[in-house]
Design a binder for this molecule. Sequence first.
Ligand SMILES: Cc1cc2nc3c(=O)[nH]c(=O)nc-3n(C[C@H](O)[C@H](O)[C@H](O)COP(=O)(O)O)c2cc1C
Length: 353
Amino acid sequence: MTKLWTSVTVGRMKLAHRLAMAPMTRSRALPDGTPGELSPLYYAQRASLGLLISEGTQPSDDGQGYLFTPGIYTDKHIEGWKRVADRVHAAGGHLFIQLMHVGRISHPDNTPHHRQPLAPSAIAPGIPMFTLSGMQEIPVPRAMTLDDVHRAVDEFRSAAAAAVKAGADGVEIHGANGYLVHQFLAENANVRADAYGGSPENRARFGIEVARAVTQEIGADRTGFRISPGSSAGGLDEGPHGLEVYRTLIPQLAELNLAYLHVLHAGNEEFLKEIRVLWPHALLVNRAGRPLERLSVDVDEGIADVAPVGTWALANPDLVDRLKSGAPLNPADPATFYGGDAHGYTDYPTMTD
Ligand SMILES: Cc1cc2nc3c(=O)[nH]c(=O)nc-3n(C[C@H](O)[C@H](O)[C@H](O)COP(=O)(O)O)c2cc1C
């Protein structure tokens, strides 16, 4: 009997089972960053997953990288997210908004203010990005001054307040996948000589400050944090001391009593076990690319408390019912992942459709 269908407490939420929806960018927000009209329906359709972690959501103009991603820093954004949170709650789910500041993974053509992207250091990621005029090389970012660093921390703080104002149950700080928090952690994107670069303590400092600011603003039991140790997303190389940075970061986050740590796990099994020891609170493990029959392994073996799912949740609004009854799953259609309309968004059929 799998533990997947047993209840678990995460922060102030009592969840009925151990699945959750992993954060997924869908690029269907309005041009001003307000969640799109279909967004409440999309999330509510998936409410039986219990905890829904939203698509990456920028806390400021600087924080945007991709086209049509939502924000959570204007009154319109708050109204839009309120419509989402209300529908999700009415359907019995919980909503955490993922706060994603992309740092250098941006292009001036894609942001409201069209400014040079900000990053720990003036080092381009060396990858292209989709813009309205096609794929373009991501430019060299401007190295953040200390004022920029403090402002970015504050943007996370006020975005968290806005998320709670919108009725969200909490926020997930995006410290994974090559975006701003991760850029501070990684050796090849952060060559700063001040208190935010160099030693593992210094590299972890920005993420800790963000987490502290958010917990002070909305409470630790409403705050989650996502990491992806070893990931080279966004052109990152954490370098030979990469794990040391996480060994510094994770215990300090643990002291803040966050609701959860969310690991996007890419293969270092020993380190995952180490994280389990370093982290005394709820641990979410999303194992990219696992086959369906291995979905419950981490929960059953006690390595994880919750197993968030991405693409299966995207393509199966009734994933929980399907898994419980052994029904086949809809395949996900990658052509409709980013941008577009209801197709590939709110029109995936349930078993009874
Ligand atoms: C369309 C799509 C968009 C994604 N966007 C985000 C995102 O905004 N934030 C994030 O942390 N991860 C994002 N991810 C990664 C997922 O959260 C998840 O880690 C990944 O899909 C692997 O899990 P899976 O095998 O269950 O899909 C995205 C994945 C997909 C497929």
